[in-house]
Unconditional design. Sequence first.
Length: 562
Amino acid sequence: SELVGDVLVFLFDVYKSITNWMNNQCSDLQPHEIIFMTLITVCALLYFYNLLFDHDQSFAVRAKSGFFYHVKRLPIVRSIVAKQMNNVLKEVSAEKLFPLKSGMGYMGQLPEHGRSEGDIDSMVEEYLTLDEVEWNKGNVSGTVYGGDPQLTDVIARVYKKFAWSNPLHPDVFPALRKMEAEIVRISCNLFHGDPQTSCGCVTVGGTESILLACKTYRDWAYEKGIKKPEMICPVSAHAAFEKAAHYFKLKLIHIPCDPQTRTADVGAMKRAITSRTCMLVASAPPFPHGVLDPISDIAALGVRYGIPVHVDACLGGFLLPFMDDAGFPVAPFDFSVPGVTSISADTHKYGYAPKGSSVVMYSEKKWIHYQYFVSPDWQGGIYATPMFAGSRSGAIVAACWATLVYFGREGYVERTRKIISTARYIEAGLRKIDSIFVLGKPEMSVVALGSLDFDVFRLSSELVKRGWNLNNLQFPSSIHICCTMLHTSPGVADRLLRDVAESVDIIMDNPKAQTTGAGALYGMAQSIPDRSIVTEISQSFIDALYNTGHHQPLTNGNNYAH
């Protein structure tokens, strides 16, 4: 007690010394001067706090972009950048990227008179001559996950019956409402959702599923009084989370992945949590490398700090539930893990449904109510929708339902067995090839590879020459194959391994040679420190998708496109 008394006396003396010094400094100031100086100081502190911390992007990112913005405005720099960009943008044009066949042109206006069914069939066949990538032979990474001719026939028949249906009107299309509800319940069951509390909805794709989950947790955060919510994602999480942050004014906190395993760094995620955190994200798997994030550990953080946890299973969602039965055990990843509050899973990937269908699920109904939009006072009546779209294609919902029923659990288990076996076979084969390496330990259908000896985008370009279309990745430079049922066909995996081995041999004859073609463009984009330039190039690519050049009126001849 005597020691405590001495400490208190010391602290009091320090306090008196400080206050006396402050009083002496202000002794010659008028009261209004003290008030104004206090106001100015507080305003300056608030300004610098907002500048450094209170923003959707970090200060470092904003400082970097601001620096490049002002440097590019210098006349000499502006002229150099403009010249280089003009050269690049010439390569990112519809004429270069999407050349038409000789004699073909674009239709820029409606034909004066409607065409017959025969004419339309002929036009479609002519358009299809532009499709040169042989995806049906397994030459493409991901992209087409089904392709089964028998399933296509089933889907076409079901689609025809629901071609004009719209889930926005369940009173008019009750059969469709039943199908959609069954898709959600089947999905929740596969992911071990509680039959009494789990819920969800059918969306048009993985991006919408992710955006809806982010919007849900943002609104939950608003209700809790968090004015500027933050979400924490591994750098490997899908870009849709960045899109959600952009759309919904969320601050995105990226945390690193382990450089060896490529899985999310849980320690970094824990350190990033603040009172503003509204959601944690894990991927099963992340798109780039096919690994599984430590979902149980991330969910445990959610439980500890009272933060919702979203598992993005858009890519692997309809493989994971069947892997145990297929002979490939995986760590818990779904609602069986305490703390997981929502899951996104794409039925149009390994669910094999037609493109345009996905599912977002929640552990409890309290979450999905933040997702809904209700306008109770609209003159057109009470308007309520569960997702972004109002009207939707009922035919896609019906086709999704038909696909799930067509395969059944047994069918999905068998397909999962074939796909994972093929992916493991490809992984083992790639590990035997010198001068390349496999990133992390793939647990599912994606196998990524890189090289320390040469620019891996050269390998991508060599494989394009052999008819392959794989995915280019960045940070780190790598490429990956996303295995589908098409890759399980006899000889496809061996053909890929042979082509990779032969391409590596060719490259290693001159490993330092410069990369050319699309690979060079991709590598260049990765190396540009000013990411606004990459954005401009990407915008030009999107422009090219819709560019039809100079339009000519349709004639009555056989050249339909002119």
